[in-house]
Design a protein. Structure first.
Length: 408
């Protein structure tokens, strides 16, 4: 009997994803049939080689969502529309030369960010957030810190006013979690981007949005709005989860204990370990087959099935990670930033890494003898098959005075 498709939802994606991916491989192989909300069929690509094949062939496995023949079954209020959209003029769904032009626009706008200024601003925001909790002797490093830091830095880079940060955090979390508030979150984010573009058209500044508007390739306001939404969503929550997942690893794994007491040598190693073993971006939608094809021993029909990219599943492919207990060291051949022409642009990766590493190092510098305030096995994950992050990370430490200084 052929095993039934696996629902891409439920608590196991939070509690035991590694075991779930192993079961999928056992029952279906490197490519697993799944069902999305509303019993919509899809494929989840879990094999490292198969994922490399899909992301490396943008013609056969296209990013053009119009190829999908399931659209007549998708209601207007489908909660996954923000993640799997139709006729969205963003870089995610653009193909060919136009995609390359848009990728160049984004890369150029981000590459102009001064890395020393970026680190300085990230450290300033991080210090302010730690100042708010350091005298208490206890904190939630997710809600009080990691969930707030990336968006504050990104808002500064893009040109947002600081007071807009909390609303952007809520909207982004609602959108990526793909539940009942997903569409409202998407609408809030789109409105915020539209107002920012109007402001920068009237008064250009030295920020990412102004540089994107100055591009001469002829992009419409709607295209830039959509790209800014992609950049904000991809830049905030995964980076916040990278911080949270790395701190969790360092607090619970004795291999990184030295870093908690004044050493920084293992911070980069812990961050890289997370990208392999506990990557923030677990699954990504998606690719559509432009013609009938064979993939991982399964027949994929043209326009019939959505291909979801199982980044964490591929990272833990036993054919690649033969010894999951060994540290990955400097090996960065993971899929956590994608692969192929739709891969996360290198300047965006650098921005995320600076924010995440600065955020972790400020915690280690500012909070002495930090320790978990709850048992490690009680830590819970957010209810999302797409992104993997903690709902909270309670810690305790010796109270210390705030640094003060100019508020960020």
């Amino acid at each position: 009997m052929t095993p039934a498709p696996v629902p891409l939802s439920g608590p196991r994606f939070q509690t035991e994803p590694a075991e779930l991916y192993r079961e999928m491989r056992r029952d279906h192989g490197a490519v697993t049939p799944v069902v999305l909300d509303g019993d919509i069929p899809a494929w989840l690509v879990l094999g490292y080689r198969e994922l490399h094949q899909v992301t490396g062939d943008p013609v056969l496995f296209s990013r053009d969502s119009e190829l999908w023949n399931q659209w007549d079954r998708i209601p207007d209020d489908w909660p996954l529309l923000p993640m799997i959209g139709r006729r969205q003029p963003s870089i995610l769904y653009t193909v060919g030369e136009r995609h390359r032009e848009r990728a160049a626009m984004i890369s150029d706008a981000l590459e102009a960010v001064d890395p020393f200024e970026l680190r300085s601003q990230a450290e300033r925001f991080a210090d302010e957030l730690i100042d708010a909790v350091c005298a208490k002797g206890e904190a939630d490093l997710i809600g009080d810190y990691a969930a707030l830091l990336p968006v504050r830095v990104l808002a500064m880079l893009y040109g947002f006013a600081e007071e807009q940060g909390p609303g952007l955090v809520t909207a982004l979390n609602d959108m990526v979690n793909g539940r009942e508030n997903a569409l409202a979150g998407q609408q809030h984010l789109a409105g915020s981007m539209a107002r920012l573009i109007a402001d920068r058209k009237a008064a250009p500044a030295s920020d990412v949005v102004s540089r994107m508007l100055a591009n001469t390739a002829g992009f419409t306001d709607e295209e830039i709005i959509q790209d800014l939404m992609v950049m904000m969503a991809a830049g905030h929550q995964p980076t916040a989860d990278w911080i949270g997942n790395s701190l969790r690893l360092m607090l619970t794994d004795e291999r990184f204990a030295a870093s908690l007491f004044g050493g920084r040598n293992s911070v980069a190693e812990a961050m890289n370990e997370v990208l392999w073993e506990d990557t923030p971006t677990q699954n990504v939608a998606g690719r559509w087959a432009s013609r009938d094809a064979q993939l991982g021993g399964h027949r994929v029909r043209a326009g019939d099935l959505l291909l979801l990219l199982g980044l964490q599943g591929a990272n833990s492919d036993p054919q690649v990670r033969t010894d999951g207990s060994a540290l990955t060291g400097g090996n960065n051949a993971h899929f956590s930033f994608g692969h192929g022409e739709h891969r996360c642009p290198f300047p965006a990766q650098e921005v995320a890494e600076v924010i995440a590493r600065t955020g972790i190092e400020v915690v280690l510098d500012r909070l002495p003898d930090i320790d978990l305030a709850v048992p490690a096995d009680s830590l819970a994950r957010r209810p999302s098959p797409w992104l993997r992050g903690l709902t909270e990370l309670p810690v305790r430490f010796t109270p210390t005075p705030a640094l003060g200084g100019t508020p960020a």
